[in-house]
Design a protein around this ligand. Structure first.
Ligand SMILES: Cc1ncc(COP(=O)(O)O)c(C=O)c1O
Length: 400
């Protein structure tokens, strides 16, 4: 009997006896548990057809490193000085990549945690209670969570015709109660880069913290042919979110949070009376060292050259997709800056549904810029982009 059939049979047996829904009294042999897990995993979709996600299959070396450090806990670093040292190395490499070799920070669970922590630091530093933050209308929904968690009003600045934040709108929203400004380097929906240089000037002028959310773009922008001013080389930038578990090819959950200096990071610290280190700045207490090890492994193994190659491949796919889309009469909302494409299609939600029927996982952008949103990650191939375009053409023919 084939391995797969064997698994099915075992899983069926277990399911039949109703043992899935409650905590068992008796132990279940490991092979039976694994059979259930393998069968369950088969229900997950495959990355090959994902055009909606900013995550991807981790690099094989990330998986090895993750497994090796699985039981480590960076929440109690004195017990795990090895992996704590790796995290410091990662922060140093990221700081150097982002124009500030002396940056401080840590490996978080992802973009949401990094954004929460950056704004928490800004709020604590400013000493402003019940204040506000000014974010672009294109900001990730994590900023709505932040408003709720930190009791801050989230003011959303309008976008210009290129879907970058409009500076005059930002200026009209800042006031003496503003705790932070946010700029995005690689917006979730359009892959656009806000005018961070001008935001940096504004932040300095008002004496407020400028946080740059580069959760997606952080591992893209340094490796593009085109160069942008967006990182710590701009004096107003106080913190940056950069996610290894997106374009950094690390395992989930790996987020990165960097501060320009220790002073900013101090604003997050609490005393940790029973642990090996007296103070802690991270949001979560117990946190796996696996993500830091995985990030370290990928950064060391690929080097700048490897990342340039990977980003180059994604940009090639992006160009290929946009060229093909234009050939069938579909235009992007903006010429892509990075490997994120928003295509202007009629009734985007319905088009999305039809594409999902054909096993393509795509997403859509928000009003007032509704479009079909596609992310060209390294797991995609030119062949699949061609198949997707063929299906898109057929789907769109239903809408004329
Ligand atoms: C720009 C940006 N910031 C933050 C996030 C949130 O990241 P996570 O899902 O890792 O919490 C995302 C997710 O796509 C993002 O695109």
């Amino acid at each position: 009997m084939k391995h797969r059939d064997q698994i099915r049979q075992i899983a069926k047996k277990v399911n039949k006896s109703g043992q899935r829904s409650e905590m068992r009294e008796k132990a279940l042999p490991a092979d039976e548990v694994m059979a259930i897990l393998e069968r369950t995993r088969e229900r997950d979709y495959s990355y090959d057809r994902f055009l909606s996600t900013m995550c991807t299959r981790p690099h094989p070396i990330a998986i090895k490193a993750h497994d090796m450090f699985l039981e480590t806990n960076l929440g109690d670093p004195g017990l795990f000085p090895g992996v704590a040292g790796l995290e410091e190395e990662v922060v140093r490499m990221l700081g150097e990549l982002l124009g500030c070799p002396l940056a401080r920070g840590y490996i978080s669970t992802g973009g949401t945690e990094s954004n929460i922590q950056a704004i928490r630091a800004a709020k604590n530093e400013s000493g402003k209670c019940g204040g506000n933050i000014v974010v672009p209308a294109s900001a990730h929904f994590s900023f709505d969570k932040i408003g709720d968690l930190l009791s801050l009003e989230v003011r959303k600045a309008e976008l210009d015709s290129q879907l970058r934040v409009d500076l005059s709108s930002v200026e009209s929203l800042i006031d003496e109660h503003t705790a932070a400004l946010v700029g995005i380097a690689g917006t979730t929906e359009f892959g656009q880069v806000d005018p961070i240089e001008e935001l940096s000037d504004l932040a300095l002028e008002w004496g407020v913290h400028l946080h740059v959310d580069a959760a997606f773009g952080g591992f893209v922008l340094p490796f593009l042919d085109r160069s942008f001013a967006w990182d710590f080389s701009l004096p107003g930038v106080k913190s940056i979110t950069i996610d290894p578990h997106k374009m950094g090819l690390a395992t989930i959950p790996a987020g990165g949070l960097l501060f320009r200096n220790q002073e900013c990071m101090n604003a997050l610290e609490t005393e940790t009376h029973y642990l090996t280190k007296a103070r802690q700045a991270s949001l979560t207490g117990t946190r796996s060292g696996a993500a830091a090890a995985a990030t370290y492994a990928v950064m060391m193994h690929l080097g700048r050259e490897g990342f340039r190659e990977m980003v180059g491949y994604c940009m090639d796919l992006t160009d290929h997709l946009v060229r093909g889309a234009k050939e069938i009469g579909v235009e992007p909302l903006i010429e892509p800056v990075m490997n994120v494409v928003a295509l202007r299609v009629p009734e985007p939600s319905k088009v999305r549904e039809r594409l999902m029927d054909r096993d393509w996982h795509v997403s859509i952008t928000r009003e007032p810029n509704r479009a079909l949103r596609l992310i060209l990650m390294g797991h995609m191939s030119h062949e699949n982009v061609d198949l997707f375009l063929k299906d898109l053409k057929e789907v769109l023919s239903e809408f004329v």
